[in-house]
Design a protein around this ligand. Structure first.
Ligand code: ADP
Ligand code: MG
Length: 616
């Protein structure tokens, strides 16, 4: 007897649903994508019990005829692809024709819709339960589509059991709506959870206004804009200054042709751009758009459509790296005295930048979008909501497509209004040294506290990195070669990087067993403990890399040498030496952070001083 059977459609749909619908947020994702594809001008999402009880997504898009509304529930039924060639250049968010049948197979779904066509006077209501069509009837309905999904996974108890708390699921949904709201400022997005309106972002004309609507003004203040082009490929977006640090990638929003994606090429380019201004364990905040011809990216890599493949990965990678790297170097604002490094929380003060939420993150791996769940109580919409509910003293209003309901006050977006806090030594007067470790100085905007070691590290790092890049590292021979015993791990690494070490100032040779002789060091490092230095370079490689990345090796050398050769804390400096440090620091690309990512200086602004003395 034959053993192979074609599965009944209802089982096949359930299996497909397993890949697409992981949790309520995945339903919201598919439905919101459908609304965007239907060219809507507004999407309203409403959920109950974190989407577990019900999810409603309503749009004012092009809607469907009755026939289409029934057909939409068939497997592989789509209006977005016609020919096989279309697959090579997908211009819509959906294309698989699987979302509606999949979601309907694991829930009780009601779809109400009416197309724009004036000939069609009534709408259609379709009800499907657990994948079975229950009813189709004409209803009175405005243009657009509403999908209500109740009791998700009511017929898949194993899945239902894996859903998290209402708050966690709502956190995923909020993030999802935020994600798409950022990509489509021209669409109005609302998210309501029971009686709470969490997001209401009216249509605006640009990304900056949308960022403001959702996250608030302070958030925007800490971002720098970046942009870059290469042929047909464009990248643009906002990225955080090094003083803003996160312990997880929750605050990174990546898009390719306005599709939210999760992508290693993008995240590694971002990481590289922050390599020497952010600690290795910290993540920046990034909102990043890649725009490129549709045929240069394959979006059909995974049923959830968040994974993609670029045709030309390295061009995209380099373009992103360069755009962010340059933007960061252009905008070196001195971090304020209330600097928030990761793991710190300033007492009695709500975070300015929605920062430091990681401490209370649930241990949820957030598989659906490769993100980390965020409890809704500390959700980033607060600033926006506060703004929306605050009486605003007649702000200059803008008119947008959809009316000036809650338009963004122009003045708040004007970057010229922000205090200028860049670093300019001619205007800086040195007042003295604190604890033989910090330079205290002032300028017209307040006090500056400079960490002498970190500052010198940045200077030496850039100097050596330049020399390495030009292949012109000045070396210094050691009168007496230094003998160093390595661990077996270090020996293994040494084999791989010996030529690179030699190229960059360290001539080392084997001396039997696991011992080596160090014959030369970079001139910058003369006088430092070379044993420790070489040992640290090798250890650093061990920790970070599985394969050897020459750039990374060079960078490690520069960072390690700079750290060892820089003036230490607890070292008395003359005023001349301090002045020299500040002057040299000003010449670096990134004077505000040491190559490990710590700040080199902090500003205590006049405003802060006056506030603290109760003068303002
Ligand atoms: P896909 O989006 O991949 O085409 P779906 O199962 O999500 O597949 O949707 C099937 C079809 O139903 C779509 O191709 C579209 O024609 C129609 N559709 C779904 N949602 C909407 C909507 N909100 N407005 C208009 N048409 C819709
Ligand atoms: Mg779809």
């Amino acid at each position: 007897m034959n053993k192979i059977r074609v599965l009944p459609e209802i089982i096949a749909n359930k299996i497909a649903a397993g890949e697409i619908v992981e949790r309520p947020a995945s339903v919201v994702k598919e439905l919101v994508e459908n609304s965007i594809d239907a060219l809507c001008r507004s999407v309203y999402v409403s959920v109950a019990s974190g989407g577990k009880r019900s999810i409603t997504v309503r749009d004012d898009g092009e809607g469907m005829t009755q026939d289409d509304a029934i057909l939409a529930f068939e497997h592989h039924a789509t209006s977005k692809l016609h020919r096989v060639e279309d697959l090579a250049a997908i211009a819509t968010l959906g294309f698989r024709g699987e979302a509606l049948p999949s979601i309907a197979s694991v829930s009780r779904m009601t779809l109400r819709t009416r197309p724009a066509d004036a000939q069609i006077i009534s709408g259609t209501e379709v009800e499907v339960q657990g994948g079975v069509l229950r009813s189709v009837k004409p209803i009175s309905w405005d243009q657009g589509t509403e999908v209500v999904v109740r009791d998700l996974f009511f017929n898949v108890p194993a899945r239902r059991k894996f859903l998290r708390s209402h708050e966690t699921e709502l956190g995923h949904i909020s993030r999802l709506v935020t994600h798409y709201a950022l990509a489509h400022p021209e669409i109005r997005f609302s998210l309501q959870s029971e009686t709470r309106l969490l997001i209401d972002a009216v249509a605006v004309t640009n990304l900056k206004d949308r960022v403001y609507q959702i996250f608030g003004e302070r958030f925007l203040d800490n971002l720098v804009e970046f942009a870059g082009d290469y042929g047909d490929i464009k990248v643009r977006g906002f990225t955080s200054r090094p003083s803003e640090q996160r312990t997880n990638p929750y605050w990174q929003f990546f898009y390719v042709n306005r599709r939210m994606v999760r992508d290693k090429v993008i995240s590694s380019a971002v990481r590289k751009a922050y390599r020497n201004c952010l600690p290795a364990s910290a993540y920046p905040v990034v909102i990043l758009f890649v725009e490129l011809p549709f045929d240069q990216v394959d979006v059909n890599a995974h049923p959830a459509k968040t994974e993609i493949r670029f045709r030309d990965q390295s061009t995209v990678h380099d373009l992103i790296f360069k755009a962010i790297d340059e933007a960061l170097a252009r905008s070196t604002v001195i971090p304020p005295y209330r600097y928030q490094a990761i793991g710190q929380q300033i007492a009695g003060q709500a975070s300015d930048f929605g920062a430091q939420r990681s401490a209370n993150l649930p241990s949820d791996d957030g598989m659906a979008y490769g993100t980390v769940a965020e409890p809704v109580s500390s959700h980033p919409f607060q600033p926006a909501l506060e703004y929306l509910s605050r009486p605003v003293a007649s702000p200059p209003e803008r008119t947008y497509d959809q009316g000036a309901l809650k338009a963004v006050p122009e003045m708040l977006l004007n970057s010229a209004m922000k205090p200028e806090t860049t670093f300019s030594p001619p205007a800086v007067r040195i007042l003295g040294q604190l604890q033989e470790s910090y330079i205290i100085a002032c300028d017209s905007q307040g006090l500056l506290i400079i960490d002498q070691h970190a500052a010198h590290e940045r200077i030496l790092y850039e100097k050596l990195a330049q020399q390495i890049k030009k292949n012109s590292v000045e070396t210094q021979g050691l009168l007496v070669p230094i003998l160093l015993d390595l661990s077996p791990h270090q020996v293994a690494w040494l084999e791989k990087v010996m030529p690179e070490l030699a190229q960059n100032g360290f001539q080392v040779e084997h001396f039997g067993g696991t011992s080596i002789l160090i014959r030369t060091v970079p001139a910058i490092a003369s006088g430092v403990d070379c044993r420790k230095l070489v040992s640290e370079i090798l250890d650093g490689l061990e920790a970070s890399e599985r394969t050897v990345d020459i750039q990374e090796v060079r960078d490690r050398i520069a960072v390690a040498v700079a750290c060892k050769a820089a003036v230490k804390a607890n070292m008395s400096l003359t005023v001349e030496k301090m002045q020299w440090l500040l002057d040299q620091l000003a010449l670096t690309r990134m004077p505000t952070n040491c190559p490990h990512g710590r700040p080199t200086m902090l500003r205590f602004s006049l405003g802060q001083i006056e506030r603290n003395f109760g003068r303002i």
